[in-house]
Design a protein around this ligand. Structure first.
Ligand SMILES: CC(=O)Nc1ccn([C@H]2C[C@H](O)[C@@H](CO)O2)c(=O)n1
Length: 113
């Protein structure tokens, strides 16, 4: 039996401009936050104030070991590699088994035609 896919995701507020601008295209989470389904649309909220930021569509969810996080991941996260690894160690201490969630920004602009 498959679990119901989540329809919301939170990011630290300081990271949400990167998500809303389309610069951040992945996030690395632990197993408990890995149950997103490719093809689903997900609402993005700030963690601190639960303010809606934008919508994204999930492209893929893939396992990623902490030790395999590299410059390409940092580029996709919009963060320097050392900062990204430090942040992940703070959020998920001593967790080697992580998941890379790839996503695309949903354009919220409505055509006037
Ligand atoms: C509950 C919650 O919002 N947790 C997280 C976990 C991670 N992030 C960010 C930090 C890094 O940029 C990547 C990789 O973990 O995702 C986050 O914003 N919120």
């Amino acid at each position: 039996m498959s679990a119901i896919a989540p329809t919301q995701i939170t990011f630290f507020e300081f990271l949400t401009p990167l998500v809303a601008s389309g610069q951040k295209t992945i996030t690395i989470r632990d197993f408990s936050e890995s149950h997103y389904q490719p093809g689903t649309q997900v609402e993005v909220y700030t963690l601190e104030s639960h303010t809606k930021v934008c919508d994204i569509v999930i492209l893929a969810v893939e396992p990623l070991a902490f030790d395999d996080i590299n410059e390409l991941h940092a580029d996709q996260e919009g963060l320097p590699l050392d900062e990204l690894k430090h942040l992940i160690q703070q959020v998920y201490p001593d967790q080697q088994r992580l998941f890379m969630i790839s996503f695309a920004l949903v354009d919220s602009k409505v055509s006037s035609n």
